[in-house]
Design a protein around this ligand. Sequence first.
Ligand SMILES: CC(C)(COP(=O)(O)OP(=O)(O)OC[C@H]1O[C@@H](n2cnc3c(N)ncnc32)[C@H](O)[C@@H]1OP(=O)(O)O)[C@@H](O)C(=O)NCCC(=O)NCCS
Length: 204
Amino acid sequence: MPPEIRVTFLKSDDPLLSEVERLFQQMYDDQRGQGLLLHPPPDASGRWLAGIRGALGRLGCLVGAMEGDRLVGFLHAGLHVIPEFLGGGLAGRISHVFLSPGSRRRGVGRRMVEAAVEWLRARGADTVEVQVLSQNLSGLAFWEALGWKVELYQMRKPLRKTGGVEREETVRRPEEGPAGLQDVADVRRDEASPSEQGIRAPAR
Ligand SMILES: CC(C)(COP(=O)(O)OP(=O)(O)OC[C@H]1O[C@@H](n2cnc3c(N)ncnc32)[C@H](O)[C@@H]1OP(=O)(O)O)[C@@H](O)C(=O)NCCC(=O)NCCS
């Protein structure tokens, strides 16, 4: 019999977070063939973790799947406000769920989702959503088996040669304030073809 897998919540100072980072990277490596049109940077996992860490336990939760003392899977979920024009209230969003291939089809994904959904429900969520890459057919089968319904198709049109959205990291002096439309237009114009270079964004 395969060893038992335990599902548990991870805190923001849990030493296992470095393992979550490793699995996150593995997940994005898998997603390359599943329809993702964006290009995550090489340090995507570290950036993602830094972004969610502060809200863990309040606006978000991280569920871990443990085989003995080894982390074999994780799920992250968060809460957000539904706009008034869509009825208002709170929604949960499962942003990522991943299990190492050797630990799949043993009901662990289902248990991680159930734990997260209960966490979200207890904090006032009325509904919960997840995005699935268009070619992740086993992912779609998983959500459908759990009773989730398809609601939305997300479309994307690449606007540059790279085919997706790259980070625009420009060094800004404090007196310049936050980057605005004009700055983005300037970056794009530098890369645009001569015929496109006359196009400017509206002035601030
Ligand atoms: C999706 C994932 C988390 C599912 O975890 P899991 O532990 O293997 O799933 P479970 O064992 O709880 O499966 C529950 C049910 O979902 C369905 N299901 C799960 N994986 C499936 C697959 N590959 N193909 C078809 N149906 C599947 C089955 O009906 C299954 O019940 P059954 O095993 O009794 O038939 C896991 O496969 C994974 O990490 N995949 C890669 C990352 C990913 O795609 N994440 C989802 C992104 S939105």
